[in-house]
Design a binder for this molecule. Structure first.
Ligand code: UAG
Ligand code: ATP
Length: 499
């Protein structure tokens, strides 16, 4: 593609005459020097850790001659330097141009919020697929379309990857995209040139605040709110304390959903139910001109909110109501409140709750099903703030009957260090706790000691299939470990029965 076509809509100055850049043909764009080749543009980004300008020479040595820069640097004379105010912003527009603006040809649904992004995006995709819209998903669990999946580094990928994924999906017949839009993604201009049809706001609570993330809660909220300036239509949880702020700052039309406050789509007559392989909730969904019954096989109030967001998307896209109701009934997400049908006498759940707020929300939800004992196995990420550990510990020690403290991506930190921080919350609490830093042994112990009526939640790892230890992702499948342990326990029980 011609360089000037890639630079279309980007303000820049340059160190050569116009004629020289007019005819340049570009093979591809790279923001990492190690990916550069002859014919590429290198976009130098001032990162959180290093300044990409430092690697321009490396890109040059790899054959690259066109550079998008924020400031001048020394390079050989044949280097073409294009100066922009903000390289990330330029990368976003250049990537959209290079991939020929695929998001304009797709229906893109973006979900933002502290909790519920992965769940809602996956529900949306299941329901829209059932309704015949071929839908791709982009988020924490990776990318999925037409049975193909790929891992992603970020929940919301960098703009270049994002437009590349859109293009690949579009060319494979995908019509809709259901994607997670993290506040970090908005802050780093990864979605600036995405043409969103729908924006969803699930909820907000303090999270991702600190060095390298958001300086304040207000900054975090403002980042999320920006999505409603990029979309044509907004869907907002009216029960959230900050919903009015989001609506006030939106530039699109809005539909609201709720359980408590008056809104466009309301859930009422809520009933919680428990089956051997699922915990679910049914409710009546009230809309302007009537109501209809819904069931979702995931427990708790938060599952209703997630379902309402999906219902609102379906209304906007005019999905047949019966198809939507049926698809919602069986919608499930890998590692999100996933009930494993392992033991006939106890309920085992794998979940991704890894901070105080989400752990509290899932534990309070499970308590509504009156377990004999609520047992929570969890740890906390190494190298992060003590506050996260305290919040997790405080919640578990208040809500559980037994906690099993173990490792969760310790990385370079000693797992016992993290566990000892969490254990402080149990001093003076009625909740018993056991320490087992080896997560495999901890899972086995939980399964082996499960009793009639217990509810056991393995919190934190969710969909992850690794344990991050000293910078390396060591394969670790919590579900497989639990399954093998359960098989062993059941076989032993059968042996004693027939002995
Ligand atoms: C702290 C942070 O946000 N980092 C993100 C950022 O990397 P960075 O700015 O730190 O990059 P850097 O390492 O300083 O490098 C600067 C530049 O030099 C380049 N470079 C570097 C080395 C080299 O040899 N050659 C070279 O050209 C790099 O490619 C880069 O362009 O830009 C990268 C590309 O977009 C991201 O992958 C990376 O996300 C990291 C992995 C991360 O963990 N980010 C978190 C905070 C995040 O974004 N999380 C949200 C979810 C949470 C939320 O809700 O906000 C997410 O969407 O994932
Ligand atoms: N709408 C919701 N409100 C509160 N908690 C929720 C909601 N939906 C799911 N959860 C809980 O939070 C956990 C994370 O949910 P999910 O992965 O959907 O959120 P997310 O926004 O993608 O989170 P993260 O940024 O941590 O990846 C779930 O496993 C569940 O326990």
């Amino acid at each position: 593609m011609k360089l000037l076509k890639i630079m279309d809509g980007i303000e820049f100055t340059y160190n050569n005459s116009f004629n020289e850049i007019n005819d340049i043909e570009i093979k591809d764009i790279a923001y990492n020097s190690l990916k550069c080749e002859e014919g590429y543009i290198f976009v130098a980004i001032k990162g959180e850790t290093v300044d990409g300008h430092k690697y321009a020479q490396n890109a040059y040595e790899r054959g690259c001659r066109v550079f998008i820069l924020q400031h001048d640097i020394i390079l050989k004379e044949d280097a073409i330097k294009l100066f922009v105010e903000d390289s990330r912003v330029a990368l976003s527009k250049a990537s959209a141009n290079y991939f020929e603006n695929p998001s304009k040809e797709l229906k893109v649904i973006g979900v933002t919020g502290t909790k519920g992004k992965t769940t809602i995006t996956n529900y949306v995709s299941e329901v829209l697929n059932a309704a015949g819209f071929n839908t791709g998903v982009i988020g924490t669990n990776g990318t999925f379309y037409n049975g193909i999946s790929e891992k992603t580094v970020n929940t919301t990928p960098e703009s270049y990857e994002l437009h590349r994924i859109f293009r690949t999906m579009l060319d494979s017949g995908v019509k809709c995209i259901s994607m997670e839009v993290s506040s970090g993604g908005i802050m780093m201009d990864r979605v600036k040139d995405v043409d969103f049809d729908v924006a969803i706001f699930s909820n907000i609570s303090p999270d991702h605040i600190g060095p390298k993330e958001h300086p304040t809660f207000e900054h975090y909220l403002d980042c999320k709110t920006k999505l409603f300036k990029l979309a044509k239509h907004g869907i907002v949880n009216a029960d959230d304390e900050y919903s009015e702020y989001v609506i006030k700052n939106a530039t699109c039309d809005i539909e609201t959903f709720s359980i408590e406050k008056e809104s466009d789509i309301m859930a009422k007559d809520i009933v919680y139910s428990k089956e051997i392989d699922s915990l679910g909730v049914s409710f009546n969904c009230g809309i302007k001109n009537g109501e209809f019954p819904c069931y979702i096989c995931s427990p708790g109030t938060f599952s209703i909110y997630n379902a309402l967001a999906v219902i609102s998307v379906c209304r906007y896209l005019k999905v047949d109501q019966d198809i939507m109701i049926n698809a919602l009934k069986s919608a499930k997400v890998n590692g999100r409140v996933e009930v494993l049908p392992l033991l006939p006498y106890a309920t085992v759940i794998v979940d991704y709750a890894h901070n105080g707020i989400s752990l509290q929300s899932i534990l309070l939800t499970l308590k509504k099903y009156n377990p004999k004992r609520l047992i929570c196995l969890f740890g906390s990420v190494g190298g992060r703030t003590e506050l996260r550990r305290k919040e997790l510990g405080d919640v578990a020690s208040k809500e559980c009957d037994l906690a099993i403290l173990t490792s969760d991506n310790p990385d370079f930190e000693d797992p016992m260090n993290v566990i000892n921080d969490i254990a402080k919350s149990f001093e003076g609490s009625d909740c018993e706790y056991i320490v087992e830093p080896d997560r495999k042994k901890a899972v086995e112990m939980a399964i082996e000691n499960a009793k009639e009526g217990d509810m056991i939640i393995f919190a934190g790892k969710g969909h992850e299939t690794y344990q991050l230890i000293k910078g390396e992702r060591i394969p670790f499948s919590e579900k497989e470990i639990a399954l093998n342990a359960a098989k062993k326990v059941l076989a032993e029980k059968e042996k004693t029965l027939f002995a």
